[in-house]
Ligand binder design. Structure first.
Ligand code: BES
Ligand code: MN
Ligand code: ZN
Length: 508
């Protein structure tokens, strides 16, 4: 695991394998950002023109490597583009720094130690750089090079050591920021590992075992309902989705409590460890990445552990609704009616709309504990990707101010999101001839239909928000900033910040 330290040395005296500096895109070529003064000196004050000669522009994510001949204790300088020079007197946006640090860390794969001398004007800047660097230094190689690991491993190892320069290294606030960034980034990387782990190794039982080990490590309370307990409890939604698979379903409750907490939150994650579509089988081309369908549960799990590591003054309960959606002789058929944990009956007209079924049971069960608010996180609909693209999650809910608060928090932590409506007229599309409700409705507005379905299972008078992360949970194109290919850890920073805000009494 990559280690982060606050360094007390300056850029000129740090001993490391590489030094990261920032360059911005100015109207007349690259502009060297604050923090790189010693580097400019080592290049005779000509750093900007040297970079321009090499073709650098300062564009976001651009990486330029320079050998060092004298004046520094690092053999290599890596100049990373931060994007446009900020308006006069403005600082760089935290997210620009986070992305720049991430791109730099990724470009330094195979390097042992790097100093990061990006512009730091505040504690928040330092935290963003630390977070971006730790997230960018992620790679998932557990299943590669088994035969000749020793020979190839070094080149593929993530950057091992990050020394953050330009901070007040002995200042309490900077230390706390580094610790916070480390806890959050490590848990995000843990969630990425879970998402990337192939579904033959990660199934409900093995996911629950990972949660159990983490609960033990961090002193969390955990309860795992297996098939027997789920049957006894009447969790017809989770059982119905899981009954076709050789690996049985689980409902995991993992709780963090603080003795002085005044508020409680329930986080619920969709944990379909593989979504084949069931009897309504997905066609080839649509199932290759469906190991990612437990990303909501991974995010919730990671957020609860991060909150525990930070010792926040709030109670947070995570609910992981885990099942594998497979076709077989025992699978739920299109036309079957399930009796849900709430007592409602659902006619399953499409077994590929399975996420809402497992979430519904968890929503009802979580509501029984009467939390101050519930947030569910799910890779729920392809329709949300059509609406918002692959980097933005949709937010729905029964409480406009809560929905707005989450949108603003997401923006603040650098996660792209957008509030979505739940138009009441879409409800009738789910009317069923046979049961209380069907699990599908109109195709148009499919993401909103799913939200309306979930709402029916939320306890009365509880603020609830639904995050549809189908787009950003799993990144399929080229890596950018601190976002790798595969599992991203989408929504974790939002969930952790929401818990912080709740602990501080800033919400409801
Ligand atoms: N897990 C999928 C949604 C999904 C699609 C996530 C692509 C990530 C990438 C979900 O279970 C699903 O299959 N939804 C259906 C619902 C439909 C049958 C009403 C969909 O979106 O097509
Ligand atoms: Mn599905
Ligand atoms: Zn699914």
């Amino acid at each position: 695991m990559t280690v982060l330290t606050l360094s007390t040395s300056g850029a000129a005296t740090l001993r490391a394998d590489a030094l990261v500096i920032g360059i911005a895109k100015g109207p007349k070529g690259p502009v060297v950002a604050a923090g790189a003064e010693a580097v400019d000196k080592a290049f005779d004050g000509k750093l900007a023109s040297v970079l321009e000669t090499l073709g650098a522009s300062g564009a976001e994510g651009e990486v330029t490597k320079l050998p060092v001949l004298s004046g520094l204790k690092t053999p290599l300088v890596l100049a990373v583009g931060i994007g446009p020079v900020p308006e006069k007197d403005d600082a760089y946006a935290a997210e620009s720094l986070r992305r720049a640090a991430g791109a730099a860390a990724r470009a330094l794969t195979g390097t042992k130690k790097a100093g990061f001398a990006l512009p730091v004007e505040s504690v928040e800047d330092a935290e963003a750089i630390a977070e971006g660097a730790l997230l960018g230094a992620y790679s998932f190689t557990a299943y590669q090079d088994q035969a000749d690991k020793a020979a190839k491993s070094d080149a593929k190892q993530p950057l091992a050591e990050i020394a953050l320069l330009g901070t007040k290294a002995r200042d309490k606030a900077f230390k706390a920021a580094a610790e916070r960034a480390t806890a959050v980034a490590e848990e995000i990387n843990r969630a990425r590992d879970l998402v990337n782990t192939p579904p033959n190794d990660l199934y409900p039982e093995s996911f629950a075992a990972v949660a159990q080990a983490a609960a033990k490590e961090h002193g969390l309370k955990i309860q795992i309902l297996d098939e027997k307990a789920l049957t006894k409890g009447g969790f017809g939604g989770i059982l119905g989705v899981g009954q076709g698979a050789a690996h049985g379903p689980r409902l995991v409750k993992i709780s963090y409590t603080h003795a002085k907490a005044e508020k409680s939150l329930a986080y619920i994650g969709k944990g379909i460890t593989y979504d084949s579509g069931g009897i309504s089988l997905k066609p080839a081309g649509h199932n290759e990445t469906m190991k990612c369908d437990m990303a909501g549960a991974a995010a919730v799990f990671a957020a609860v552990v991060a909150v525990a590591r930070l010792g926040l003054k709030v109670n947070v309960t995570g609910w992981l609704a885990l099942a594998e959606n497979m076709p077989s002789g025992t699978a739920t058929r299109p036309g079957d009616v399930l009796r849900m944990y709430s007592g409602k009956t659902v006619e399953v007209l499409n077994t590929d709309a399975e996420g809402r079924l497992v979430l519904a049971d968890a929503l009802t069960r979580a509501s029984e504990d009467n939390p101050d608010a519930i947030v569910d996180v799910a890779t729920l609909t392809g329709a949300m990707m059509v609406a918002l693209g692959s980097r933005t999650f949709g937010i729905m809910g029964n409480d406009e101010s809560f929905r707005t608060a989450i949108h603003e928090i997401a923006e603040e932590v650098g996660e792209q999101s957008w509030p979505m409506p739940m138009p009441a007229e879409l409800r009738k599309g789910m009317n069923s001839e046979t049961a209380d409700i069907a699990n599908i409705g109109e195709r148009m507005g499919g993401g909103l239909v799913a939200g309306l379905f979930l709402q029916e299972f939320v306890g009365e008078d509880i603020a609830w928000a639904h995050l549809d992360i189908a787009g950003p949970a799993f990144h399929e194109s080229a890596p950018f900033g601190y976002t790798p290919k595969g599992g991203t850890g989408s929504s974790i920073r939002t969930l952790v910040k929401l818990a912080e805000r709740t602990a501080d009494g800033d919400l409801g």
